[in-house]
Every structure is written in C-alpha cells, then in structure tokens.
Ligand binder design. Structure first.
Ligand SMILES: [Zn+2]
Length: 316
C-alpha cells in the first residue's frame, strides 16, 4: 500500500462512519419490543434534521463502499424489516413529510398470503415510490436451523414473487431475526445481492464488509445521540467463528485491523455483560468458560468509548 493511501485510510477510520438503523412497527403499542411510537419517530427525525444528518438511500451508501469513497459522518440510512401494515398506515406518512427515503425489507409470504398484520402488494407498491425494496426472505425462517435446500428454495420462491408482484429484483437482503452464520451467508451471497444487512450493533465505515453491514435497532425510545456516536471497528474474529458445539465459549481471539496504542479493550457477551481484556500486538485474547445462555448470543468488542465490532453466534 502506498503511504498516502495508508494515511487517507487511517484518516477516514478516525473521522467518518455512517449509521444504518432498523425499524419494525410504528405506532403499534401491542408489540412494544418491535414498536416505535409516532411521537418518538418524529423526535428522531427532528434530531436528524436539526443536527445536520443526511438521510440517504442504502443504494448511495453501497455505491460509496463499492467505490471506496470516504463515508461522511452525517450519513444515516433508515431500513424497515417485515413490511408490517403499521409502516404503511402510520410510519410512511412521517417519512413522506420529512422527505426521508427508506429501504423496506419485504417478508413475501406474509404479504402473498395476506397475514393480517402485513402490508398488501398494493401498499408495498405505493410505498416503493418513496423508497427502495429489499428482500427479507419468503418464510422468515431461523435460517441457521434450515438446510441448504430449504434456504435456496426460500430465496427462489420469494425473489420470484417480488419480481412478479412489484417488478423489483431486490439488490439488498436482511436476515430474518438478524440470525446468520458463514453457511447461511454463503447461500445468501449466491443470490447476488449488492449488500447484505445483519442486525448487530455497529456503524459502517470505509472498511465495512458490504455483505455484512451492521444495523442498529431503533425500537422503543433509545438514546439516539449515543447510537450515533458508535464507530466502526475494523476487526477479524478468529475465535469463536460460530456457535461452539459444547455451547461454551472458551477462547475469544480477535485481531484489531487498525493501529492502536490501547492496552486494553472491552468484550461483551449476551447474558454476561462487559469485561476488560488486554490487547497485545494488536490482538485481543481471552481464555474463559462461558456457557451461552441465549440461542442467539452476541460478542461485542469495544475499543475506546465507541469503536465496535460484533460477532453473532446462533445455535443451529
Ligand atoms: Zn423480520
């Protein structure tokens, strides 16, 4: 790498990260864990507006990543999973009023079979005028538990329906429940998406993996200021790389892919909270013995106050 390019990369690591947020339901208090009230949504949009944030399409962010452009610090991408009816009835009018684009990740079977709580194809096609459509699977399965054959069929079926009913062949995919592993990722990639979104806490920087983009959930009434401070930490997870067969995490080994003088970092594990771990030669190594408590567990490495890299472990 030429020295100047190295400096430029270093500078962008330090100053610039975008944020992708994910919503589910709007103004639907029956489901508090996946809901964002209209009052909170307006408060968040007002915050973006008054603090100079620019809400862009996922398409724009993906282009910038593909071209290795610097990622401006004030970019925000808004995504919506599941195509619930409450997005059409309550959320969309607010997005339109603020002129904010969005990416709607469609759960095709729910719409095709007219499940009560979900948007119709007519509503999806109306919403599409103001944003982009992504794919969120046909049957919304826990993908890690399904066979290769099941997953491939699910993609073929759902993508064909998207094309037939909306005329769109989506360029973006979001994993149902944010659950995936390397096998699921490879199958997903074989369907040629430009970008794949997870649901891990994190930001998006110039070195982000376009097929593994972190998204931060904005349900309830989260501290938006703190979420926007989160930075992307370029890091390589060497261990664990998947759900351990024993169900016990024994070694954590992560290579930090930026220069750092820090002597320690923090590691979080679902159900166990945070702990300090030493950094040696740019790597974090911890030997421990944690029985995983949740079938979907996350390990988070935090460097300094806000640089974050997440590894999700899902029980097959
Ligand atoms: Zn979903």
């Amino acid at each position: 790498m030429r020295p100047l390019v190295g400096l430029w990369l270093l500078a962008t690591f330090l100053v610039a990260d975008a944020h992708i947020f994910v919503y589910h339901r709007f103004g639907d208090s029956r489901h508090p864990s996946t809901n964002t009230s209209i009052e909170v949504l307006k408060k968040q949009f007002d915050y973006f507006k008054s603090h100079g944030y620019k809400v862009i399409k996922l398409e724009r962010l993906v282009k910038a990543l593909e071209n290795k452009e610097p990622i401006p610090d004030h970019w925000v991408v808004l995504t919506i999973d599941d195509s619930f009816k409450s997005f059409y009835t309550d959320g969309l009018p607010i997005f339109k009023a603020y002129g904010y684009p969005f990416t709607l990740f469609v759960y095709t079977k729910a719409t095709e079979e007219r499940y009560g709580d979900f948007m119709s194809w007519d509503q999806i096609n109306e919403a599409k005028k103001y944003g982009e459509l992504g794919f969120h699977s046909h049957t919304h399965p826990h993908m890690v538990s399904k066979s290769d054959e099941y997953l491939k069929k699910d993609f073929v079926r759902g993508l064909a329906l998207m094309k037939r009913r909306s005329g769109v062949r989506p360029s973006y995919f979001a994993y149902p429940y944010g659950e995936y592993d390397d096998r699921v990722r490879k199958i997903t990639e074989s369907f040629g998406f430009d970008a794949i979104c997870n649901q891990n806490v994190g930001a998006v920087g110039v070195a982000s993996d376009i097929h593994d983009l972190d998204r931060i959930a904005l349900t309830g009434d989260p501290d938006l200021f703190r979420k926007l401070r989160i930075r992307f930490l370029p890091a390589t997870w060497l261990s664990p790389v998947k759900w351990p067969e024993s169900g016990i995490v024994k070694d954590i080994h992560v290579k930090i892919d930026i220069p750092t003088n820090a002597k320690k970092a923090q590691i979080y594990l679902t159900g166990y909270g945070w702990r300090w771990v030493p950094i040696k030669d740019g790597q974090v190594s911890a030997h421990l013995s944690f029985a995983l408590k949740n079938r979907r567990s996350r390990l988070i490495l935090k460097l300094g106050n806000d640089k974050i890299s997440t590894k999700i472990l899902v029980k097959p």
